[in-house]
Design a protein around this ligand. Structure first.
Ligand code: HEC
Length: 156
């Protein structure tokens, strides 16, 4: 048993050594920045789009397009904020499932889908509320798809 513990400690030590290039502060900063992008950029613009779809906020072509373009600007930056060692449990407040690093290509492809779907919704805004609604709903499916696979939602 003691021997097993020692092996486990050595492995943890090695894992820490392997990521030595990235400091603990950098890992924390990456989590903070990516949370900021989801919470302060993606979510409020998606909320505004949803309100225009429901009609609780008057539909406005320019504002709807601007909101979707804001979202579209996020994915390229977003996927760069996932250094190894920032999964849920490793860094406080991280909601990133380890599955992200099991299949990083799929994670990137899903982010690309959000970029495309939000750009499409931005373009659809000019064609009126009906066209916008369809494109907006397609975009929110991508949010759900990615969260189901890659996000470990924390109890707040
Ligand atoms: C490519 C995958 C992906 C897509 C697409 C995606 N998200 Fe996320 N989202 C995540 C991950 C991963 C987290 C958790 C990240 C972390 O905490 O480390 C997250 C977290 C969040 C959070 C919590 C932020 C916080 O820290 O409080 C909100 C809100 C959110 N997403 C909204 C959205 C909305 C709205 C959409 C669609 C318009 C969306 N997301 C699309 C992956 C995605």
């Amino acid at each position: 048993m003691q021997k097993l513990m020692m092996v486990a400690c050595t492995l943890v030590g090695l894992a820490a050594y392997a990521t030595v290039a990235i400091s603990a502060e950098d890992l924390v900063a990456a989590v903070k920045e990516r949370r900021h992008l989801m919470k302060e950029v993606v979510a409020p613009n998606a909320k505004l789009g949803g309100q225009m779809v429901k009609g609780t906020v008057a539909f406005d072509t320019t504002k709807a397009a601007a909101a979707m373009n804001e979202i579209s600007g996020v994915p390229d930056k977003y996927v760069k904020l996932f250094p190894k060692g920032t999964e849920h449990g490793a860094v406080k407040d991280s909601e990133a499932k380890a599955t992200i690093w099991d299949d990083f290509d799929k994670f990137k492809a899903t982010a690309q889908k959000l970029k495309d779907a939000s750009a499409k919704a931005a373009g659809a805004a000019a064609q009126g509320q009906g066209t916008f609604t369809a494109a907006f709903n397609d975009m929110t499916k991508v949010c759900k798809e990615c969260h189901e696979t890659f996000r470990e939602k924390l109890e707040q």
